[in-house]
Design a protein around this ligand. Structure first.
Ligand code: NAP
Length: 261
């Protein structure tokens, strides 16, 4: 049997890498997108090899800067050319603002950059994949097609020093609902996974600050989230364990979102 194929953006490091490993363990071939870090992407592909379930699975790093429409279109085309099919997409790649500035000081360049990678690319890559599915109703349809958006607690919690990030993630939440609605009758499920405070390169610069906040009880489960916390959730979706769910946001935040006294 030809393995199902998944595109994962930002799969070289952090959360995206863990998602790739769990997809490999679930029997998927993986298109591992990355921006610049070829060595990390190749290492992620190599680690996927060690988790694969059958000899036909393949793991292909594909470089594409998602800030550039031509490059994410190329990611889509290259995946189809190489694997001949696409079964699922995870819009994971995301960036924080280069400089955390109060909302009164947010620069338009920073706003545009964050929105283009986090929101615009996720929206239009999804459009490419969904249109491909709708226009090519073939034997390839396994009845298990999923689009997963990795948003953030920042979709619902306001941080005044990274407005562009919060707005990009809140936008993703609506994109999930819109795509879920459009795709529901076609057997395509759409999910939002909303991580909280996760230990990755993205948060390495603010580690001490969050260590202290965690100690003070900011997160009810009293620990950092890990990439595998998200990888496991994606695996459950890929295994088809949410057959009657779509347009849903699943929080992976140790209870951070719960308002409490
Ligand atoms: P990370 O460790 O910084 O890794 C970022 C990944 O995205 C890398 O694979 C990177 O590729 C890729 N990437 C960055 N810019 C890109 C671009 N322009 N085009 C293509 N790929 C690009 O990030 P992470 O913490 O795993 O975050 C993954 C997702 O989870 C993001 O959407 C983030 O917003 C979200 N999230 C993270 C946290 C957290 O606390 N870490 C919390 C909530 C949500 P290279 O290796 O080539 O640079």
């Amino acid at each position: 049997m030809i393995p199902p194929v998944i595109i994962i953006t930002g799969a070289s490091r952090g959360i995206g890498r863990s998602i790739a490993l769990f997809a490999a363990e679930t029997g998927y071939s993986v298109a591992l997108n990355y921006a610049n870090n070829k060595t990390a992407a190749e290492e992620a592909a190599h680690l996927c090899e060690q988790r694969k379930q059958n000899s036909q699975q393949q793991f292909r790093p594909i470089r594409a800067n998602l800030a550039d429409a031509e490059q994410y279109e190329n990611l889509f085309q290259q995946t189809l050319q190489h694997f001949g099919r696409i079964d699922s997409l995870v819009n994971n790649a995301g960036i924080a603002p280069r400089v955390r500035a109060d909302i009164t000081e947010t620069k338009q360049d920073s706003f545009n950059e964050v929105i283009s990678v986090n929101l615009t690319a996720s929206f239009f890559l999804t459009q490419l994949v969904v249109n491909h599915w709708l226009q090519n109703k073939t034997d390839n349809d396994t009845g298990n097609r999923n689009i997963i958006f990795i948003s953030s607690i920042s979709a619902e919690s306001a941080s005044l020093n990274r407005a562009e990030y919060c707005i990009s993630k809140a936008g993703l939440s609506m994109a999930v609902k819109l795509w879920a609605l459009r795709c529901a009758a076609h057997g395509i499920r759409v999910f939002e996974l909303r991580p909280g405070i996760m230990a990755t390169d993205m948060t390495s610069g603010v580690k001490e600050k969050y260590d202290k906040l965690l100690e003070e009880g900011l997160v009810p489960q009293k620990r950092w989230g890990t990439p595998d916390d998200v990888g496991l959730a994606v695996q459950a979706i890929l295994k088809g364990h949410f057959p009657f769910t779509t347009g849903e946001a699943i929080r992976i935040d140790g209870g951070l979102h719960i308002h409490h006294f």
